[in-house]
Ligand binder design. Structure first.
Ligand SMILES: Nc1ncnc2c1ncn2[C@@H]1O[C@H](COP(=O)(O)OP(=O)(O)OP(=O)(O)O)[C@@H](O)[C@H]1O
Length: 361
């Protein structure tokens, strides 16, 4: 069993506070991913958990025990870094067994643990090699093996795949998911790659400026972002965000004017919104249909043809730029006049503070 709790966790460097009060629960066997823009504090938070950065306020609880001041080596955690940090002069087997040797584990037990980990990671045939004779992906597997042999309560990963090429990243991503399942392990994983976050996480933690914007399952964040920040951060291509003004408020929702004569009634509710309130309408690119309506007319100005799907950049007659995603290889040529349909039920409305308005049932 392994669980971890942060309560009002803070980190300051001198007068500069970079982690500003984090409350988070990581449950046993959960795969938790920290995402957020560069500099938001993902690595700092992970390093605070690992014990590599001192926590300057609040509590870190590991299995119910306050662990702020426990030595990193005694926390029962193992961290895998982006840089692998392998010892170049040691073989794969020695690299993997090093921490156990330092801990005074007998040679027999060490060999057995290294062999078990090598089998799980398909490194058995490489145990006698040195890191320089391995590919990037193999090196990263050795770094993960070094964590596995320690049988940690919780694995911590700091952007472990970002030095790998695109194809290898996909492979390693799948391997890590398999490993999480096979080891029934608790994992905390930092990345700026939202595909990694969406595909691997049980729970995503979206950080921004040292605070949590939202915590939830990948689909919860995708379908019901709490605010504009999360709406814009999760999802690729990004959600379209358009300025809107509340025109009427009724039992069917809030009617908004989108400029250029376009209006839409979005089935949401808020006591705070009044006629004239400034709002933002959000619609994901895959929820806009081409050639099925007259909410917007315009023309395609750019097309990203990916084979399985096509991403159109559309300039509307009302002066908006919209990104539209269609299934398959849509061959609509550039500059073709088109009309667009938006399903109001798929739209999000955000208030003037960027908070999401509740949907009507
Ligand atoms: N030793 C330090 N002294 C002062 N500020 C620091 C120190 N280490 C990190 N910071 C600041 O803390 C903030 C968070 O940094 P951190 O590395 O955790 O961000 P990150 O989200 O992991 O970013 P990235 O995705 O770019 O790695 C940044 O503004 C950074 O400049």
């Amino acid at each position: 069993m392994a669980n971890l709790k942060l309560r009002d966790a803070r980190k300051s460097y001198g007068a500069l506070e970079v982690i500003k009060g984090i409350d988070l629960d990581v449950d046993d066997r959960e795969f938790v991913v920290f995402v957020g823009p560069s500099g938001c504090g993902k690595s700092t938070l992970l390093r605070m958990i690992a014990g590599l950065e001192k926590i300057t306020g609040g509590d870190l609880m590991i299995d119910g025990k306050r662990s702020n001041d426990i030595d990193p080596s005694q926390r029962g955690l193992a961290m895998v870094f982006q840089s692998y940090a392998l010892y170049p002069h040691m073989t794969v087997a020695d690299n993997m067994g090093f921490a156990l040797r330092i801990a005074g584990v007998s040679t027999d037990e060490r060999d057995q643990k290294v062999k078990e980990a090598a089998k799980i990671l398909e490194l058995t045939h490489l145990l006698d090699r040195r890191p320089k004779d391995l590919s990037g992906g193999q090196r990263q597997r050795v770094a993960i093996g070094r964590a596995i042999v320690r049988n940690p309560k919780i694995f911590l990963f700091d952007e472990p795949l970002s030095n790998l090429d695109a194809a290898l990243r996909v492979n390693m991503r799948l391997e890590l998911m398999r490993l999480h399942d096979e080891l029934a392990a608790t994992m905390i994983y930092v990345t700026h790659d939202q595909i990694e976050a969406m595909t691997m996480a049980d729970k995503i933690v979206v950080l921004n400026g040292g605070r949590i914007e939202q915590v939830g399952s990948p689909l919860a964040l995708y379908n019901t972002p709490a605010n504009i920040f999360v709406a814009g951060f999760i999802g690729s291509p990004k959600m379209n965000l358009l300025p809107a003004t509340a025109e009427t408020i009724g039992p069917d929702g809030i009617s908004v004017a989108l400029g250029g004569g376009s209006t839409m009634t979005v089935p949401v509710f808020s006591e705070k919104v009044k006629v004239g309130s400034k709002l933002t309408l959000g619609i994901r690119p895959e929820h806009i249909r081409i050639g099925q309506g007259d909410q917007f007319t315009g023309q395609v100005v750019l097309a990203e043809r990916l084979g399985g799907l096509t991403i159109f950049h559309v300039a509307t007659a009302s002066g908006h730029s919209l990104v539209v995603q269609t299934e398959g290889a849509d061959t609509t040529p550039l500059h073709t006049p088109i009309s667009l349909h938006i399903d109001p039920g798929m739209c999000h409305l955000f208030d003037d503070e960027g908070k999401s308005l509740a949907k009507l049932n």
